[in-house]
Design a protein around this ligand. Structure first.
Ligand SMILES: Cc1cc2nc3c(=O)[nH]c(=O)nc-3n(C[C@H](O)[C@H](O)[C@H](O)COP(=O)(O)OP(=O)(O)OC[C@H]3O[C@@H](n4cnc5c(N)ncnc54)[C@H](O)[C@@H]3O)c2cc1C
Length: 323
């Protein structure tokens, strides 16, 4: 296959029954998957990336990133994701725009299933990333896109000049509150403890912002809607049990992420929170199957660690295929 081949041609060529067996199937085209594809293709392997939405993953939702090396003025996540895709494409990575719904790693070649058919691959790199955790409140789903958001940089501008709430205490919540303070009239930062878990640098910056109000020892209990849009959030003050209604148009939920591993069923061992158990090279318990990026057990889930994982997994897959 060559880089000019279309996704459909790739799809037809690799499907079960057509005789095609992919060297390296990469599930997920975020930073980890795109890098894995790039490294595999540069190693002379046929690499096929399966992506259910659009290449870029969470990176494509990140407006401004300050911690990816080589960009002293920061980088735009969407542009960086696009450049990563172009880079992978230049070396002949193929794309299949389908969601992998199940896998069978008990046979060789390994089998990937989508709504459109079955694919077979000699090795598989799982790079399906993670998604934001929800609060689990009534109306949360209905109000998503109508006030409830999981991505401040994506949706913040819809709340220009309005009052919003950020829930969470980690780096994402802190960064979201800082970002929103530039756009919104007022930002409530609600956290279940009495101090943030976020890196110290965020604390000082937040304390200096006049339109950010910390609401400590509190959790959201109820979403209040008006004419189909969020109008406020009822919070419970954990120390006293009192309830407080805060009128906001936007609620930004930043309480962590969950791995996209449901499609694996019991094909691989997952840790207690659902992340794939894999070592620093991405090697899992199944020979020829690797896990890269946010989806695997690791200490730091960032773009820089995701791309490093992608490179390592492709190298491991190349070594496995050379055996
Ligand atoms: C709002 C926000 C801000 C962030 N800011 C920063 C930052 O400033 N600096 C930083 O370093 N990191 C930041 N991150 C984290 C960073 O984006 C992630 O660590 C990184 O994108 C992880 O890359 P990944 O490739 O492992 O997974 P992801 O980026 O999650 O990509 C996984 C891809 O797999 C696809 N997929 C999932 N399941 C399937 C399936 N079954 N079949 C096919 N495709 C599938 C998804 O659609 C997705 O495209 C931020 C994240 C968010 C959400």
């Amino acid at each position: 296959m060559n880089e000019k081949q279309t996704a459909n041609e790739t799809s037809a060529a690799c499907k079960e029954g057509s005789g095609g067996v992919i060297d390296v199937a990469v599930i997920g085209a975020g930073p980890a998957g795109l890098t894995a594809g790039l490294y595999a293709a540069r190693a002379g392997l046929e690499a096929v990336l399966f992506e259910r939405i659009a290449p870029g993953g969470q990176l494509a939702q990140t407006e401004h990133m300050e911690n990816y090396p080589g960009f002293p003025d920061g980088s735009n996540g969407f542009e960086l994701a696009f450049a990563m895709k172009q880079h992978a494409d230049r070396f002949g990575v193929n794309h299949v725009g389908e969601e992998v719904s199940s896998v069978d790693f008990t046979q060789n070649p390994k089998v990937l299933r989508t709504a459109f058919g079955e694919y077979r691959a000699k090795s598989v790199i799982i790079a399906t990333g993670a998604r934001p955790r929800k609060l689990g409140l009534d109306l949360e789903e209905e109000l998503q896109g109508r006030g409830v958001s999981y991505c401040a940089t994506c949706d913040g501008s819809f709340f220009r000049g309005k009052s919003v709430m950020v829930v969470g205490g980690g780096n994402t919540a802190a960064a979201d509150a800082i970002y929103l303070s530039r756009i919104c009239e007022k930002v409530y930062l609600v956290h279940r403890r009495d101090k943030l878990r976020a890196t110290a640098i965020y604390h000082k910056r937040l304390e200096d912002l006049p339109n950010v109000e910390f609401v400590w020892n509190a959790v959201p209990r109820k979403l209040v809607a008006d004419e189909g849009a969020l109008a406020g959030v009822r919070i419970e003050m954990l120390e006293t049990g009192e309830e407080r209604d805060i009128a906001v148009n936007g609620l930004f939920v930043a309480v962590g992420t969950e791995p996209n591993t449901e499609f694996l069923d019991d094909a691989l061992t997952l840790d207690e929170t659902g992340y794939i158990v894999a070592d620093e090279t991405g090697t899992t318990e199944v020979p020829g199957v690797y896990a890269a990026g946010d989806v695997r057990t690791k200490v730091l889930r960032q773009v820089v660690t995701a791309v490093a994982d992608g490179a390592l997994c492709a190298e491991e897959a190349a070594e496995y295929l050379a055996i």
